[in-house]
Ligand binder design. Structure first.
Ligand code: PLP
Length: 389
């Protein structure tokens, strides 16, 4: 009989590199496989599980709403959606919102809205930036391995070095619809933007009639130690892209829209599933739970503690420890994949970010003890010989 790994391997599209472990259950910051083995989860559903696994309030809200109404397209107002829209606008300080189903869709909407509002066509994005896999978002993404198989991409996208205001200034002109940036580049290797750069980028956009799109798909909802990473820098973008943990793990995305966009023409965009009552109810419950559990503050405190502990590891393999809140990267002088594999064997799930960085993206409910245990396991793994593929 085939096991789960073999069945998935037989039927999968093949676009994912699958790990040889079948996850069947989660609780808080822990995952369990089909053999009952426990793992400390520093993958965190790739950023969708900020609240932790098995949150009772979110589960109850989903169950109650599923009994009441799951489907309701945006041509009809709905109580859950209305409440969520008001809540997201209040939380972000932006006046309007478009709801969709994923990060890449939130980015796609932002690109379209920026082009429609400015009647300009170019987008300036950053080297090492990651914005998603659909054509517009992919065109804004830097990594050649993701882009090249699909060229030609959407025309009019330029990439400039991140954290380099002068390079940005040279790229933004009268054809620029928007500049698109992450506050911390997640996939690209965990690089934080400086306040000077991010605020400078916004000022530049205002001066030249372009819009600033901030992609907080990975950094949003407490991850970096504030509800949104823009709040570290008093940054007020014109478009803000959110997704991942927005609905307690259910698929949802949102594009917040600022005043400078004016009134968008009707019918220029839409989504059948966007703003469905099930995801909206889950999101409302998730937002309340994030507040009740004070997750941004916990991410700030435990993230600082975790980075300090990681910095204490005395290993010639480590080049740098960096991050903000609980978005943490450990850059190695070697490829990260074998170390991530070895960590899994020791009960810790982690991610990569580029070739050399181990990325830790745990649920924000993770405890100090669990983070200390991750540090201990990493110390052991770095001290052992690993096989480079
Ligand atoms: C910053 C950023 N933007 C966009 C995306 C795309 O999100 P999704 O995979 O939900 O389409 C990601 C996903 O990792 C991301 O990190």
């Amino acid at each position: 009989m085939l096991d789960t790994f073999e069945i998935e391997s037989r039927y999968t599209s093949g676009v994912y590199a699958k790990r040889h472990v079948t996850i069947v259950r989660g609780e808080g910051a822990l995952l369990y496989d089909d053999q009952g083995r426990e793992y400390i989860d520093c993958v965190g559903g790739q950023g969708t599980a900020n609240l932790g696994h098995g949150n009772a309030a979110v589960a109850a809200a989903i169950a109650a709403q599923a009994q009441k109404l799951i489907s309701c397209p945006e041509i009809f107002p709905n109580d859950q959606r209305a409440a969520l829209m008001a809540r997201l606008c209040e939380l972000t300080g932006l006046p309007r919102v478009f709801l969709c189903n994923s990060g890449t869709e939130a980015v796609e909407a932002a690109i379209k809205f920026a082009r429609a509002a400015t009647r300009r066509t170019e987008i300036v994005a950053a080297m090492r930036g990651f914005h998603g896999r659909t054509f517009g978002a992919l065109s804004a993404t830097w990594n050649r391995a993701y882009r090249e198989p699909f060229e030609p991409l959407v025309p009019g996208f330029k990439h400039v070095p991140y954290n380099h205001l002068e390079a940005l200034s040279q790229a933004v002109n009268e054809n620029t619809a928007a500049v698109m940036l992450e506050v911390v580049q997640g996939e690209g290797g965990v690089y934080a933007g400086s306040a000077e750069y991010l605020r400078g980028a916004h000022k530049l956009c205002e001066e030249r009639g372009a819009l600033l799109i901030v992609d907080e798909v990975q950094t949003g909802f407490g991850r970096t130690g504030k509800m949104f990473a823009i709040q570290h820098h008093d940054l007020h973008p014109d478009l803000l892209c959110l997704a991942k943990s927005i609905a307690g793990g259910l698929p949802m995305g949102a594009t917040l829209i600022g005043e400078r966009l004016g009134t968008l023409p009707g019918h220029i965009h839409g989504s059948t599933f966007g703003g469905n009552p099930l995801a909206c109810a889950a999101s409302l419950a998730a937002l309340s739970e994030m507040e009740r559990l004070d997750l941004p503050a916990r991410a700030a405190e435990n993230g600082a503690h975790f980075r300090e502990r990681l910095q204490e590891i005395n290993s010639p393999v480590i080049r740098e420890v960096r991050g903000l809140g609980l978005l943490v990267g450990v850059e190695l002088k070697r490829k990260s994949a074998p170390f991530i594999q070895a960590l899994m064997g020791r009960g810790v799930m982690a991610l990569s970010a580029g070739m050399n960085v181990i990325r830790f993206l745990p649920p924000l409910v993770i405890t100090r003890e669990q983070l200390d245990s991750v540090t201990d396991q990493l110390t052991l793994v770095l001290a052992q010989p690993v096989r480079e593929e």
